[in-house]
Write a protein that binds this ligand. Structure first.
Ligand code: BEZ
Length: 235
């Protein structure tokens, strides 16, 4: 396993890298990242700036859905290149004044990192100068319980994130790990999953002949199966 610093050619962390570590001040005290979250999944995300409307709508939605992520053993950690007092004032304003859809009095309880030096944002490729050299883009890193980056999504300043997709990514990664399967396009929890191609002709032939429990194939390279019933109930 190579770390970001040992083997970085693109200037950004990549899937499979160990999440770059740092210590930071947050609205919930000092954190040591990612060590403090060992054993949990983490959604580590950046937003462009406090006191901006799209970010406000996103923070309210993160707060509303925090318990859904917690049920998936997933911790939310936010960051912007604003300072701690700006974060505190913005989060207080959101709680006291902002209503959006069915949300009001929303309290943000997950840590929001201050990063006025941009040190952390730069480590994670969150500053993308052709979009903005003074604000982070809307980055989302999905980090597994061993501190490995498993997926990343980057959005521009003008586009708010889709929270159903963030949740689907976490459930999809957890499902792929637990059952050693792959996740097809537009998959939703409860739907059948892909059985990775067999690595020997014998296994592929058995699969095609329907000899593997619950596995059905359209061709030797395209086999699917349902998940166990208890997983469907979880979904
Ligand atoms: C927003 O969150 O509304 C926003 C932030 C930076 C630039 C444009 C929009």
């Amino acid at each position: 396993m190579t770390t970001f610093l040992e083997n970085n050619v693109s200037g950004m962390p990549r899937i499979g890298d160990t999440a770059p570590s740092f210590t930071a001040v947050t609205t919930q005290g000092t954190i040591h990242f990612p060590q403090d979250y060992k054993g949990k999944w983490v959604i580590f995300f950046s937003h462009p700036a406090d006191f901006t409307p799209v970010c406000t709508s996103e923070f309210m939605t993160f707060a509303k859905r925090e318990a859904e992520f917690a049920r998936l053993n997933t911790q939310l950690v936010g960051l912007s290149v604003d300072g701690l007092y700006s974060h505190i004032a913005w989060l207080r304003t959101i709680k006291e004044k902002i209503e959006f859809r069915d949300m009001k009095n929303m309290e943000i309880k997950f840590p929001l990192i201050e990063d006025i030096t941009m040190d952390v944002a730069k480590k994670y490729g969150m500053i993308q100068p052709n979009e903005s050299s003074t604000k982070a883009v809307r980055a989302v890193f999905f980090i597994d319980p061993k501190g490995i980056i498993r997926a990343m999504i980057y959005y521009p300043l003008s586009l708010g994130r889709n929270f159903n997709e963030l949740k689907r990514v976490i459930i999809g990664l957890q499902t792929a790990d637990k059952h050693a399967v792959a996740i097809p396009a537009d998959w939703q929890p409860g739907e059948d999953v892909i059985v990775p191609p067999a690595n020997s002709c014998g296994v592929a032939a058995d699969r095609m002949a329907g000899k593997e429990d619950n596995v059905y194939c359209k061709d030797w390279f395209f086999c699917m199966k349902p998940l166990p019933k208890e997983e469907l109930e979880l979904a």
